[in-house]
Write a protein that binds this ligand. Structure first.
Ligand code: AHM
Ligand code: MG
Length: 318
């Protein structure tokens, strides 16, 4: 018989599973709404950009806005949610709930890689869950390091729709079965291969990277690595999780902090990578140990197989 995400959470968690399961059902419902919209793109007027920009100064796509609204709608009604932090909103959406009920903060990138939508290429949703602290202002609960995540995951809208999540007890993948409308367990306790054969990076930026990254890339090419780059983080990460290798978004002269966001891109994927036996760094430190200072903070982000990441560490220290 099949195992759904909900059943898996019930089996996996010893305490708080009711509350957490209900929370996850908000995420799965929203991502099913997003997936339905994506599947119909081209048939409905959903392609293209709006005239608005998001907090990052990036032009919002119509689907960005829809995906954000779907998550806020589905999660906002869950009593256990104290605040929602989204790439698309400058400030957290805060709910007036007591410390007893409002236990969790959910941070998300509603539609990652959304500029790929118009060309029918994979996009994703990334999420990270923190427990609300029982002390201090809400900001302190929102700005916890990645090591404090109680859960993290993503949904990849590809040829099939896949949800990958961890609660710190391994990484599990579920595939959306459209005939029953449920995410069904397809891979339990995923392990990233110790080594891979692809690197994934926007090579157009190579001349503006620090020397160590340039040398590292030369080394990978000399070892016979191939290149794969989709330009949708979730898709590039998912391949790296399954096949091994390394994904890099280093700092560059224009963007000293890189491009990717710490809270809702790097941290959740770093937790999944580590849980699967891989590693993630910002070039100096383990990503998960970085203490965030702002909700939309950017970070250099390198993640992948243990062997490739250790080689990267040596190249950056040289
Ligand atoms: P987005 O959140 O605005 O979609 O931007 C993030 C995306 C990632 O999915 C991807 O890894 C990266 O931007 C690609 O950047 P670049 O086009 O500079 O290679
Ligand atoms: Mg993104």
């Amino acid at each position: 018989m099949i195992t759904t995400v909900q059943q898996h959470i019930q089996q996996e968690m010893s305490e708080g599973r009711g509350t957490f399961g209900w929370l996850m059902s908000g995420i799965t419902l929203a991502t099913k709404m997003i997936e339905a919209k994506i599947r119909a793109a081209g048939l409905t007027d959903i392609y293209g950009a709006l005239s608005s920009e998001n907090v990052q100064g990036e032009q919002q796509q119509k689907l960005d806005v829809f995906a954000n609204q779907a998550l806020i709608h589905c999660l906002g009604t869950r009593d256990s949610v104290a605040a929602l932090v989204s790439e698309e909103d400058e400030e957290p959406v805060v709910f007036d709930r007591s410390l007893d009920t409002g236990k969790y903060i959910i941070v998300f990138d509603p539609l990652d890689g959304s500029s790929n939508i118009d060309v029918n290429v994979n996009v994703g949703t990334i999420f990270s869950v923190h427990r609300r602290l029982t002390w201090g202002a809400l900001t302190e609960s929102v700005l916890q390091p990645g090591t404090s995540q109680v859960a993290a995951g993503y949904v990849l809208y590809g040829p099939s729709t896949v949800l990958v999540y961890t609660t710190g007890r391994g990484v599990h993948a579920f595939t959306l079965d459209p005939t029953i409308g449920a995410f069904v367990l397809t891979q339990e306790n995923m392990k990233m291969p110790e080594r891979g054969k692809y690197y994934s990076v926007n090579e157009a930026n190579v001349a503006s990277w620090p020397e160590g990254y340039q040398q590292y890339l030369v080394g990978l090419r000399n070892e016979g690595f191939g290149a794969r780059y989709i330009g949708s983080l979730v898709a590039d990460f998912h391949r790296t999780l399954l096949k091994g290798g390394v994904f890099l978004y280093p700092p560059n002269k224009v963007k000293a902090e890189g491009k990717l966001r710490l809270l809702y891109e790097a941290n959740p994927l770093a937790l999944i990578a580590e849980q699967a036996g891989g590693m993630a760094t910002n070039g100096a430190d383990r990503v998960l140990e970085v203490r965030p200072e702002a909700i939309h903070q950017r970070t250099p982000f390198m993640v992948g197989s243990r062997y490739e990441m250790e080689t990267l560490g040596r190249a950056l220290r040289a």
